[in-house]
Design a binder for this molecule. Sequence first.
Ligand code: AGP
Length: 609
Amino acid sequence: MCGIIGYVGSKDALPILIDSLKQLEYRGYDSSGVGLLGHNAQLIVRKAKGKIASLEELIRHQPVPYASVGISHTRWATHGLPSDINSHPHTDNKHRLAVVHNGIIENYQPLKEALKKKGCKFISQTDTEVIAHLVATLYNGDLVEAVRRAINQLKGAFAIGVIHADHPDMLVAARVGSPLIVGVGERENYIASDVPAIIERTRRVIYLKDGQMAVLTKEGVKVSDFAGKAAAFKIDTVDFNVTAARKEGYPHFMLKEIHEQPQALAQMISLRLKNGRLNCEGLDLSDAVLGGIKRIAMVACGTAYHAGLVGKYVIEELARLPVDVDTSSEFRYRNPIIDKHTLLVAVSQSGETADTLAAVREAKAKGAKIVVICNVIGSSIVRESDGVLYTHAGPEIGVASTKAYTAQLMMFYILALRLAAARKTISPAGAKKFIAELKRIPLLYKDILKKKAHVQKAAEANSHFGCFLFLGRNVNYPSALEGALKLKEISYIPAEGYAAGEMKHGPIALIDEYRAVVCIAPQSHVYEKMASNMQEIRARKGNIIAIATQGDKEIKRHADFVLDIPKAHELLTPLLVALPLQLLAYYIAVKRGNDVDQPRNLAKSVTVE
Ligand code: AGP
């Protein structure tokens, strides 16, 4: 959702806050602002609707004095339209304190009514402004105490940063549900929603836990719980490289991250498939426990959900274990049938998606063992799980998930092999053969990327279509769903993924010369079925872009454009078709002039319901 930053030190805070905010802009980008504590106990606020560039423009016209303490925010609106007045930080009526907030205050209405009765004047439509007035009404010279008492009245998810003009060298922060880290520097300290924002300034971070608050000064950091009891904390050193947070010459993070996939998968293979042996470090479940599992339930959202669906096909095929896959927002409210023989697998790139976090807590309460496939070290969902399989794909900045998706797929192949070994549903020779196939993938990726110009040509030739259908069968039905999602979220073209066998039961009515249909048809035991689906579309003048196995001459007769993938084990084809699907969406969105990295109405991790 939103991104928040804070700084306490001796340097000029403004450039630090603005620069770090830019690293977080992928979290939300409809408005932004800064709050600074200048000399002579002055609180200075500048905020503006639009991208951070418009905030910089405002500050050029309304310069701010030197200040060494400040907070800043980039917004993804939940309450109140994107506007100057609804941008953060929000202040009290005396303009003495400022608050930035990521999350949703669920009880803000009753609090607002009570504060109005106490004479507070509200100027915005946001839930956050309540926090500023609440702290102000509880303030009697002790900012930490006022914030502590205020946060104990808040319901919902929040990560906040608070500064007060009476305390020119202090920043108070707190979190429940929404992510917040503290960056520890030399006589300077930071708060941030995510590591990339401060990685260029310090690698020493404290992952604040739910229900913790932190008091930052130049001298140090104090952590306590919401009752005010001091809490011990660990300073972790983050090891991912700074370059990952930069575009490195690519026009978009998305294209850069698409090109990072061969390396990301090669790294996973070297970590997890050492000398032909599986390394499922982090899973922490013995053969006996794995052997005793009767069923897997999976929860995830968006692209991660599609990875889970591919995982279902692969695990059921290799480990002969029944798998149910749910979107987290449905799972958490459907009273799912879960017991101690159920392994709950959660999939989340960010590890912060609110619905998935809640689904994990729901399953945990019902006795399930929890394993999460995640890309962010120390994130909230990880902390709720019994086992974690990190995908180590590096930070994913582009809102449209690419390398995290293929890393999740790779992890499912590895997990399926582990389960199959524990359940003795695959012979050592069979496992060895499958591992050898997996190890070819990074090289095959390089081949596909070498031919991206061909995908670009097909994309540009089809970018004028107003509606797309994506069709796949068996393990590539989820690939069709993912292809459609990628196109929808960055090109804004209505697109639907469908199991091709379902066409005759409705969607075929959509087919005519004004539609484009992407048919995912690599060589497989359902190839013939896909080929006949394509003929049905052809017969109705539909425009076909086929994703097929290299050398497939037959398919050329049915399709207007053919995007090749190398020959591979059919169970692995979702990993290969992912690239042309990502590139197709990318080039169509670029052709349409869209902001590919920050598509409208979206945010990288959805930390509220
Ligand atoms: C995918 O491109 C989207 N950004 C979105 O669907 C995403 O997959 C979903 O919000 C889940 O996020 P997570 O993996 O961080 O939980």
